[in-house]
Structure formats: C-alpha cells, structure tokens
Ligand binder design. Structure first.
Ligand code: OAD
Length: 235
C-alpha cells in the first residue's frame, strides 16, 4: 500500500528524449524539420494526406524501436510511495510500457487510429503503418488518433480534475508552450508542492514557488525520488 498522497505528473516530449525520440522545440527538434501546419493540422489532412500519414508512420516506426528510459521507470517506482497519476502530452506509449498504471493522453495516441466519420471508433494500429484505404467498420478512412493544431483537446476536462487533486505536482520535459496543457498548472491547489524537471530553463506561467531539478529525465526523477522519500519526509 502506498501513502495515498496524490502525486500528479505532467509530462512532455523531454521525458522520452533519452529513449531516442525527438522533442519538438529543442535544437534539431521535429518542428525545426517540419512545418507543423503541413503535417499536424486538419488542413494538412485535407490537402496532403500522404505527407501526414508518412509523418506519423515515421514517428510510429521509431516508437516501436524505442524503450522506456529511467525517467519513465522512475515514475513507476514512485507508485510504491504515492498515488501517481500521469497526464502526458506525448502520443508515445512509453509510460504504459514502463508499467505506469494511470496515464491520460492529452494529445492522443500514436499507436491508435480513429474513424474520420465517427470519432468514437478507435482502433489499435498493428505495426507501424497507417495507409490510405485503411477504413473503419463503416467504411470511412482512418486517421491518426492524435490532436492536431486547431482541434479541441477533449481530455483537458479530465486533466483539470486530476491536477486539482494534486498534493505534489511534477512537471517533466515540457517547454509549456502549448495550451491548454500549459495552463493546467493553474488548477493545482495553493498547497500543492510543485517540482519541475528539465535540463533547460522553462518559463513557468504564474508565480508559484517551485523546486527546479535542472537535469534530464532519468537523473532528474532519481533525484526527485531521493527528495520525496528522503529522511524527514513522510510518505
Ligand atoms: P517541447 O519540444 O516543446 O519541449 C521539450 C522540453 O523537454 C524542453 O523544455 C526541453 O528542455 C526538455 N528536454 C529536452 N531533453 C530532455 C531530457 N533529456 N529530459 C527532460 N527534459 C528534456 O515538447 P512539449 O512541451 O512536449 O503537440 O510540446 C508540447 C506539444 O507541442 C506536443 O505535445 C506536440 C507539440 O506540438 C501536438 O502535436 C499537438
């Protein structure tokens, strides 16, 4: 039995960087290589579906070769001590493959496809490829089950509710550039203790007191575990 203390994690692309997956806004990141509106928007899907499919197929191929890193597994270790819930902006499944039990995907899931006619029809993708001509049971083309720029983020309501329960909030590997995800921290209660793990400086919205662990995810989560389970800290 863990302590029941609610530890909520908000993760971004940085937590998967040490697994070999590129972030978006770092040097050499995905948005330096691709124009976001050309691969991750409803307009792109309409105008150049093949490019969109290729972009996500490539991401999926890399994901299948990637493994969870010490950052992901460290969060699983924390489940021994805390009631851990993860809200991730990542479309990869490395938190789940590491063994985290409660994971909410804000921006969708790369290894799933959904119907363009009925968004409630969601299917796992076998292997790495989603192609033109792959259809749902109603005969409509399948699209990647990801949130594109300009689309609503249906999971945000649930995420707000989860963040509001946080006694400890841990932000890992996100530049906090994209809303509504970046705004979630405003829903943490005034008493919540906030940690930020990132090797680079991050602009935190608001003026909350936070403990910054300026390290990569693997080392950073190790340090967090030490702080939270160290002498004098009740868990
Ligand atoms: P970004 O690429 O904007 O930010 C990545 C963050 O990870 C930066 O703050 C880096 O400093 C940090 N980082 C780099 N290496 C790290 C490491 N080894 N350990 C820990 N942190 C590291 O990615 P996100 O904030 O996740 O949305 O981006 C948010 C959203 O923008 C994504 O979900 C995606 C993107 O456009 C959609 O596609 C809808």
């Amino acid at each position: 039995m863990n302590s029941g203390i609610k530890l909520i994690v908000l993760s971004g692309a940085g937590i998967s960087a040490e697994s070999g997956l590129k972030t978006f806004r770092d040097m050499g990141g995905l948005w330096e290589q691709y124009n976001v509106t050309e691969v991750a928007s409803p307009e792109a899907w309409k105008n150049n579906r093949e490019l969109v499919l290729r972009f996500y197929n490539e991401r999926r191929k890399q994901l299948l070769e990637a493994r969870p890193n010490d950052g992901h597994t460290g969060l699983v270790t924390l489940e021994k001590y805390f009631d851990v819930e993860i809200i991730t902006q990542n479309v990869d499944d490395l938190h789940e493959r590491a063994g985290s039990k409660k994971v909410l995907h804000l921006h969708g899931e790369l290894r799933k496809a959904r119907s363009t006619a009925d968004p409630s029809l969601i299917y796992p993708i076998k292997g790495w490829e989603l192609k033109t001509g792959d259809t749902c049971e109603k005969g409509s083309q399948l699209r990647p089950h990801v949130v594109w720029f300009g689309e609503p983020v249906p999971a945000v309501k649930k995420a707000v509710q989860i963040v509001s329960t946080a006694e400890i909030l841990v932000i890992i590997g996100t530049s906090l550039n994209v809303y509504p995800a970046a705004g979630l921290i405003h829903y943490a209660s005034p008493g919540a203790e906030i940690f930020l793990i990132d090797p680079n400086p991050v602009n935190m919205p608001g003026n909350r007191e936070i403990t910054i662990i300026q390290k990569g995810a693997g080392e950073g989560v190790k340090q967090l575990i030490k702080i939270l389970t160290g002498k004098g800290k009740k868990v």
